[in-house]
Structures are given as C-alpha cells and as structure tokens.
Design a protein around this ligand. Structure first.
Ligand SMILES: NC(=O)c1ccc[n+]([C@@H]2O[C@H](COP(=O)([O-])OP(=O)(O)OC[C@H]3O[C@@H](n4cnc5c(N)ncnc54)[C@H](OP(=O)(O)O)[C@@H]3O)[C@@H](O)[C@H]2O)c1
Length: 343
C-alpha cells in the first residue's frame, strides 16, 4: 500500500443556509485519490476554483431557473480550471489546461467532452473563469443582446465593481455609451473612475434612500437608457422612475435578495408603471442560454484582453480550505472583479 497517497479533497454541501452562506454549510472531506480512468476520461488537478453568486440561488428551495435546488451531501458544483494529470482520451494529454464545471474538489475525473481546452499562451488560464469565461459571456451577451446600447446613451450598471458588472461597464464604453457604475464604498468608486474609466460612479452606501440615489443619478446623467441590474432591491427601485423612453432593463441578478430573500414571500412590482410610461422593456438573461455562442464572445473579447484594452481584476484567495469563506465574501463585498480560489 502507498504510505503517502495523494489526497482527493472535496467540499461537500451539507446544510441549506437560510440567510448568508458560509463555512457552516459545508464539510471538507478527503480520501486517497484513485487514478483509475475509463476510456475517454481524464483526471484533472484543480488550480483555480470559482465562487459565484448563483451558488446561493441554487440553494433556494423555491423554484429558480433550475428544476431542483443543489442537492445536499454532494460536492459543491462550481467552475474549475486545472491541469490534466492523466488521460485516456486522445484529445487531451497530461499537462493540458482545461476548464469545466467540475466542482469544489482538488481533483476531478470526468469525460473529456465536459471540459474545454485552454491555450495558456493566449491569456492567463484563470481568465477562463472570469473575463473569458461565464462572467464574460454573461456581460457580453446580456449587454449586446438585451441592452443594445447606442453611442451617447446612458448605461447604468449596478454591482459595477464585480466580475460581471465591471465588464458590462467596459463593453458599454466600447459601444460609445456614457456609463454610470453603482458600487459599495468609496474605494470601489475611485477604481471605477480612475482605472476602469467610467464617466460616473456612485457609492450606494452613501445614500439613505432610493429617492436620494435616484436624484443623484438623474442629476449626473439626465436619465437612463439601459439599466444592467446585478443587484435588485432598493438600488433598482432608484432606477425605474428615471428611465428614458424605450429604455432597456436587463435583469442579470438580484444579489441583494439571495441571502434568504428568495425564500420569503415576494415583493410586488412597485415600480413597473414606469415601464408603461416609457414603453420600456425588461428582460431576464441567463449565461447558459449563450453557451453555444462562447466562441463568438471569445473572438471579440479575447483580443481586447490580449491588447490590455479591458481591465479584468481578479481577487485571488489562496487555499482550498478557504472556498466557503470566499463564497461568503461575495455577499460582504470587499473584492473587486472576479473572486477565485487558488488551490
Ligand atoms: N444571469 C446570469 O446568467 C448571471 C451570470 C453571472 C452572474 N449573474 C449575477 O450577476 C450578479 C453579479 O455576479 P458576479 O459574479 O459578477 O459577482 P460580483 O459582482 O463579483 O460579486 C458580488 C458583489 O455584489 C455586491 N453585493 C453583495 N450583496 C449586495 C447587496 N445586498 N446590495 C448591493 N450589492 C451587493 C457586492 O459589491 P458591492 O461592494 O458593490 O456591494 C459584491 O462584491 C449577481 O447577481 C449574479 O447572480 C448572473
């Protein structure tokens, strides 16, 4: 018997949170790693694991875009970037970098067809979980297909310093729009202005009410043509009364509601009369609906990344044991850009 087997570590989702998610809802397990592979399978060693707000949506018991909530007593589903360490597939060899939905585990055995091969020469492999991955796809297709901004229009983005929001804001600038970002804290707002290059940035925490935030946005922009919503709640309440004629509102996420709010009785659509007045449209968008168009996004955004035309900050948390805490940090909000855990 091997006295020092390689360990296969997994974060198991054990308890359903009723408010904010954290380490108490997970258990870390380890067992000796099996190197056995069936035909067509590969063994991947994780380097970067993703934490994303949808994980909390999938813990809600109420119906969401998934038929069922994330099962208990299973590895937390998540994006992984890792290296192939053994292969019985002709398309992948040991040493290749891949990305796939392989979960919060140190190693994953999977069929070669469920991962995509990465070219580390093109961009850092971590970007496959951020700007050149699901968040990039969300931002690109959410903005261009549902938002459809024109040059000179006003685009407002909530959650603007985050993984999706910071990309939406920059893609909107590339379309010639004037962009206002809403984020929590002065430091994030300085970053949005000085580094990301937005026209305006507002710290929602500095406003006591939706009315005050609304007034501040109207004062600066004159009104809103496209609202890309990552946050929901009272921040969105501030936008509806100041939309322009034929405004487009994209519901990408409502993170302010995830930590228990999705399980409560729902609020009425208090501000939708403004949709009528302005003949506006409101559209939900889901990244998975654009999975088949991933290459299209990569062809456009990839060269921007390579030429340094896009700011894609990554907050890298080190240590496999930090995963649940890193997930929790999405709801406490100190990071900028994409949060990743490096194993
Ligand atoms: N539709 C889709 O397919 C799709 C795909 C990816 C993501 N999303 C959604 O897009 C949104 C952003 O996701 P992301 O991955 O880019 O995460 P992220 O923005 O990088 O991280 C979450 C951020 O949300 C903000 N936040 C947390 N709680 C908040 C609250 N109560 N009120 C206001 N802001 C709060 C925090 O920023 P502040 O410090 O600024 O508060 C935090 O940093 C989420 O709603 C997510 O569910 C949707």
């Amino acid at each position: 018997m091997n006295p020092n087997p390689v360990l296969h570590q997994k974060w198991i989702y054990r308890r359903r949170p009723t408010s904010i998610v954290g380490p108490e809802h997970y258990e870390l397990t380890s067992s000796p790693l099996s190197m056995d592979l069936s035909d067509g399978e590969v063994l991947v060693e994780a380097r970067y694991l993703s934490v994303d707000p949808y994980m909390r949506i999938n813990q809600s018991l109420k119906p969401t875009y998934n038929a069922d909530p994330h099962p208990l007593n299973a590895v937390q589903n998540a994006g992984m970037v890792g290296r192939v360490i053994a292969s019985s597939a002709s398309t992948l060899a040991p040493g290749d970098w891949v990305e796939g939905m392989l979960g919060w585990q140190s190693h994953a055995r999977c069929h070669h067809s469920v991962v995509r091969k990465l070219d580390p020469e093109l961009a850092p492999v971590s970007t496959a979980l951020g700007v050149l991955g699901m968040p990039g796809r969300t931002a690109w297709f959410g903005l261009t297909e549902a938002g459809r901004p024109h040059a000179g229009e006003v685009v407002v983005v909530s959650g603007a310093a985050g993984a999706v929001g910071s990309l939406v804001a920059q893609f909107a600038k590339k379309h010639g729009a004037r962009v206002l970002g809403i984020a929590g804290g002065a430091a994030k707002c300085h970053w949005l202005l000085d580094t990301v290059g937005l026209d305006w940035a507002l710290d929602y925490k500095a406003y006591a009410s939706a009315q005050q935030l609304s007034d501040a946005i109207r004062e600066r922009t004159g009104g809103v043509d496209v609202y890309f919503d990552n946050v929901g709640g009272w921040i969105s309440d501030a936008i509806f009364p100041i939309i322009h004629r034929r405004a487009r509102i994209i519901i990408c996420g409502t993170i302010s509601q995830y930590s228990g709010g999705l399980d409560e009785s729902e609020l009425g659509p208090r501000f939708l009369h403004h949709m009528l007045y302005q003949r506006a449209t409101i559209q939900g968008m889901l990244a998975r609906d654009y999975l088949h168009r991933m290459d299209e996004m990569l062809r456009i955004v990839g060269p921007w990344v390579q030429r340094g035309e896009i700011v894609f900050e990554e907050t890298v948390v080190r240590g496999f044991d930090q995963l649940p805490l890193a997930l929790n940090s999405l709801f406490t909000g100190d990071h900028r850009g994409k949060v990743l855990v490096e194993v």
